[in-house]
Design a protein around this ligand. Structure first.
Ligand SMILES: [Cu+2]
Length: 617
């Protein structure tokens, strides 16, 4: 035993030295080009596996990995309250007034006119300033200089409501983003941004395309009609309510720099209600009330933004390893911007909306009870889209960018304490280690839930009584084309169908065209062991047809349902069904392990009225 602990101490020392040397290289302001010249970086962009720079030159899968596991300073868990995210209020007017054509004269960064503005004129206006600020993530750590929407991370919660039959435009809003970020980044982050609304059925000029940069001092108007898919095609009028979205998020999507910018704080939540999923437990599906989102006596629908981060062992400041392109695993777990906080609840049912912002960790989340018991709960959504009906589970698995809505019933738990516990074993950024699920109490406790709030009424329905939400759209209509996308690693870079992303100024980087209002079947392949890729497509949700020729699971770990991220685990080939509707423009398909995405596991494409026949774009 003594020799093991000596070896561990030596490894720990090596890791600290390597991490410090790498931070010094970053702080000295060397560009990647400088580092190549100095012989420290390979042509593919990897730091050479050299002692003093990398203490873990080889991973279990034999690839060279410059992924040094972090050692953050000690923090005391479960002291501070979990923040409830503030709800963003609309503004009465924007100055200058929004325009359909880009208002470049006034500093707008947009280059394409709004395509659905006249059809869905926005009725409410919001403004978000992307800027730096000092925030505290734990008592023991110094204030952190983050980049946040309105100076907070996660950003404020946007709560909106779909239009209704006869008035589909009632949901239409416009969000003006402003880039007020500083020129100085403190080591990482690029103050050139683009803001994506994840899972939005959005005209693509407002979607946050990775090459639609907004530079410092500029603004960008995002038009979100908040309509169901099908409005201009299969379901004129209001769209197909079976395509309703509920739990979305917005985040930076700047090509090559998404990992740095989101890690630095540029993420925020967004939710949509309608006349079924109303936010009021006395009406519609009768899910726990949202209330004002703040008052614990009336707000039982709680958004939880998870992230894992690394802090410098000496300074306690947020650290980001620019040399890591395999995936970054944090050793500190944050919920709504605080490390391992506490949530106080009343003995009743709650809706929790779980979002994993990454960068690279997969969770299998359990509700740990007294005496290492495991409390079952109800999963009601996949990627924030309501399922056919609630399914009782003991855990939900979600990779970066996935969302899961759940109902947890604390009615008979007054006085008890629970924890959200991640039991999925993962040792590096490549993905979980096989399917190893740790014993109850042996995982990472992320949030303490104390059932010590006052008794309050519960008019929400027992999820066991819900026999159907909306139902699922059919997947039986024949696709216009079947396309295959192979996700692979080569020469320390991440490729799709053997190619890098390409440059924003190269027209050839747009690799394929989808015909608007058509159906496509896509096959995602990840046939090598060891690496996992959460694959995300914009604009439309999909439904999984098969995973390794088997139907997606609808119990235990849920794979069935409408999703926008396919958890492409290793040795997997999966087929999905897409229906592309209503809007045209450019989009990315990419891995949402954001280190993979930035290096450079992304395909750019376009939706137009012709489409193409490329089966391996
Ligand atoms: Cu990936």
């Amino acid at each position: 035993m003594a020799s093991i602990s000596r070896r561990n101490r030596r490894r720990q020392k090596e890791r600290e030295i390597a991490a410090r040397n790498r931070r010094e290289l970053i702080a000295a302001g060397f560009t990647r080009r400088d580092l190549v010249k100095m012989g420290l970086l390979t042509a593919a962009g990897m730091l050479i596996p050299k002692k003093g720079l990398s203490a873990w030159p080889r991973s279990r899968s034999g690839f060279v990995l410059d992924d040094d596991r972090p050692i953050s300073p000690t923090t005391t868990p479960f002291v501070e309250d979990m923040p409830r995210l503030p709800v963003l209020k609309p503004v009465s007017a924007l100055n200058p007034k929004p325009t359909i054509a880009p208002n470049t004269a006034a500093g707008e960064a947009r280059t394409v006119s709004h395509q659905a503005y006249k059809q869905f004129p926005p009725l409410r206006f919001y403004e978000l300033s992307q800027r730096d600020a000092l925030v505290r993530m734990a008592n023991e750590l110094p204030p952190q200089r983050i980049w946040g929407f309105n100076g907070i991370t996660p950003g404020p919660l946007i709560v909106e409501r779909y239009g209704v039959l006869g008035s589909p435009q009632k949901g239409s809003i416009l969000v003006r983003q402003r880039n007020n970020l500083p020129a100085e980044n403190g080591g990482f982050g690029l103050p050139s941004v683009t803001t994506h609304l994840h899972n939005g059925h959005t005209p693509l000029e407002s979607d946050g395309f990775p090459c639609s940069f907004m530079e410092r001092g500029q603004f960008y108007d995002h038009h979100y009609p908040n309509v169901y898919a099908g409005i201009n095609s299969t379901h004129p009028g209001i769209g197909d309510v079976k395509e309703a979205l509920a739990t979305l998020w917005y985040h930076d999507h700047r090509i090559d720099h998404t990992a740095q910018n989101t890690y630095k704080g540029l993420v925020g939540p967004y939710i949509l209600f309608n006349e079924f999923d109303t936010g009021d437990e006395n009406t519609g599906f009768r899910l726990p009330s949202f209330g004002d989102g703040q008052n614990p006596l009336t707000s039982f629908d709680v958004y939880m933004v998870f992230s894992d981060k690394v802090f410098d062992s000496k300074t306690g400041l947020l650290a980001f390893d620019l040399f890591n392109n395999a995936g970054i695993l944090g050793d500190k777990f944050l919920v709504n911007g605080k490390i391992q906080p506490v949530l106080h609840v009343s003995p009743r049912r709650y809706r929790f909306r779980w979002l994993n912002t990454g960068p690279s960790r997969f969770y299998q989340m359990f509700v740990l009870g007294p005496d290492n018991s495991t409390k079952p709960f109800w999963q009601i959504s996949t990627d924030g889209n309501l399922m056919e009906k609630p399914v009782e589970v003991t855990a939900s698995r979600f990779s970066p960018a996935e969302r899961v809505d759940v109902i947890v019933d604390f009615t008979r738990d007054a006085g008890k304490t629970f924890y959200l516990e991640n039991r999925l074993q993962q040792e590096d950024g490549s993905g979980p280690l096989g399917n190893i699920v740790l014993e109850a109490g042996q995982g990472q406790k992320i949030l303490k839930i104390a059932v010590d709030g006052p008794a309050v009424a519960d008019n929400s329905i027992d999820p066991a009584l819900i026999k159907q939400f909306y139902g699922l759209p059919n997947t039986t209509d024949a696709p216009r084309i079947v396309r295959t996308f192979k996700f692979e690693r080569s020469n320390a870079m991440w490729l799709v169908n053997g190619r890098l992303t390409g440059a924003c100024d190269d027209p050839a980087a747009i690799r394929f065209a989808i015909k608007r209002n058509s159906i496509e079947k896509w096959v995602f392949q990840n046939i090598k062991p060891g690496w996992h890729h959460p694959v995300h497509m914009h604009l439309e949700s999909f439904q999984t047809l098969t995973i390794n020729r088997k139907p997606p699971r609808n119990s235990g770990i849920i794979e069935h349902g409408r999703k926008d991220v396919l958890r492409l685990e290793d040795n997997v080939s999966a087929a999905v069904h897409f229906r592309f509707r209503d809007f045209t423009g450019k989009f990315p398909l990419h891995c949402h392990n954001i280190l993979h995405e930035d290096h450079s596991m992304m395909v750019l494409g376009e939706i137009d009225d012709t489409g193409d026949e490329k089966t391996n774009p």
